[in-house]
Write a protein that binds this ligand. Structure first.
Ligand SMILES: Nc1nc2c(ncn2[C@@H]2O[C@H](COP(=O)(O)OP(=O)(O)OP(=O)(O)O)[C@@H](O)[C@H]2O)c(=O)[nH]1
Length: 221
């Protein structure tokens, strides 16, 4: 195969998403791959796979093979096998759950152990999820930044619920792996505008409210 034929093919990258149970890994991956979000928590048993094609500057098409690993696999026998050979690792925690941040040490140790004998080391990104719940934040941003600096991680904050920075977070890791630079315009384009659903309360609910407002009610979910 000639060089040009090889260049025109899609690149495939293995991305592994790990972190404590309920920190939002499945939600993050589902938001990225299917543009959807569910409020109901359903524990991932073992792992799930998703494929998603993205574009990088220079007409580079990349297929991401995303491995969504269940939080309960920490301490299990299979985790290092799942992580092995990953080009990128998304280390996720919930900014409203301090324990999920503390446990990052254990998750990160597993990443290092799984790749001990590998020649290529994955790009690892620290993802603080649930930024739509900023008012309930228990992990200060400077702690997050310090962990990134100490361990050479790519720092990112997202909300799987609103979609804020979700596409960008996968795109940045892929760009870093392939040595592609994203410019400011590309970064801004990928930082999706936060959308909120408007819920109309029934007339009954409005009637029960003392001094109901004159305009119709709405709730940001
Ligand atoms: N407010 C808010 N809730 C979120 C967000 N991401 C996930 N959730 C909720 O957090 C709960 C857990 O989300 P999951 O995506 O199932 O968590 P997980 O990390 O995949 O959990 P395991 O399968 O146990 O590893 C669900 O109720 C989600 O709706 C977010 O960005 N904001």
């Amino acid at each position: 195969m000639s060089d040009s034929e090889e260049d025109s093919q899609d690149r495939q990258l293995k991305m592994v998403v790990i972190g404590d149970g309920a920190c939002g890994k499945t939600s993050l991956v589902t938001r990225f791959a299917q543009e959807a979000f569910g409020k109901q928590y359903k524990q991932t048993i073992g792992l799930d796979f998703f494929l998603k094609r993205i574009s990088l500057p220079g007409n580079l098409n990349v297929t991401l093979q995303v491995w969504d690993i269940g939080g309960q696999t920490l301490g299990g026998k299979m985790l290092d096998k799942y992580i092995y050979g990953a080009h990128g690792v998304l280390l996720v925690y919930d900014i409203t759950n301090h324990q999920s941040f503390e446990n990052l040490e254990d998750w990160f140790s597993m990443v290092k152990k799984a790749n001990e004998e590998s020649e290529i080391q994955p790009v690892v990104s620290l993802i603080g999820n649930k930024i739509d719940m900023e008012h309930m934040r228990t992990v200060k941003a400077d702690k997050h930044q310090r962990f990134c600096q100490e361990n050479g991680l790519v720092s990112q904050f997202v909300s799987a619920k609103t979609g804020d920075s979700v596409y960008l977070c996968f795109q940045r890791v892929a760009a870093e792996i392939l040595g592609v630079k994203l410019n400011k315009a590309e970064i801004e384009q990928s930082q999706r505008v936060v959308k909120a659903d408007i819920v109309n309360y029934s007339q009954d609910a409005a009637a029960r409210t003392p001094n109901p407002p004159r305009s119709s009610m709405c709730v940001v979910q």
